[in-house]
Design a protein around this ligand. Structure first.
Ligand code: 5GP
Length: 114
């Protein structure tokens, strides 16, 4: 898989506003936030799209969601609510081909999406 901007962020070659890190996962504020809280939660292992996940990735994907839950609580949006989004490929609006979970909150979010 070709290196993406997120590989460079994981390697520390590009700075980010980090909110969480462990040996498997990194989370940081989106550079172009779409809501008052917009955090990206990514695995350190590069997986291009959600369609590339394999059964062995089950626990990793579960951890992404639990890290999002933790960050939502820490940033004070758990009670008001939030949205978790994985964009997949062109029609899903995916621009960076390294899977990432968007955590969005801090305002009322529209539904359905455009
Ligand atoms: P996608 O459209 O692929 O689901 O979302 C990619 C997200 O990555 C976008 O919301 C975009 O603003 C964010 N992004 C792209 N480049 C950078 C960067 O260099 N730093 C940070 N923090 N976010 C980025």
């Amino acid at each position: 898989m070709p290196a993406t901007i997120f590989s460079k962020i994981i390697a520390g070659e590009i700075p980010c506003k980090k909110v969480y890190e462990d040996n498997q996962i990194l989370a940081f504020h989106d550079i172009k936030p779409q809501a008052p809280v917009h955090v990206l939660i990514i695995p350190k292992v590069p997986i291009a799209t959600i369609d590339d996940l394999e059964p062995a990735d089950e626990a990793l994907v579960g951890r992404l969601v639990l890290v999002a839950q933790r960050i939502a609580r820490e940033l004070g949006i758990a009670e008001s609510g939030y949205r978790l989004v994985f964009n997949c490929r062109d029609h899903g609006g995916q621009e960076v081909h390294h899977i990432h979970l968007h955590l969005l909150g801090g305002r009322q979010l529209a539904w359905p999406p455009g």
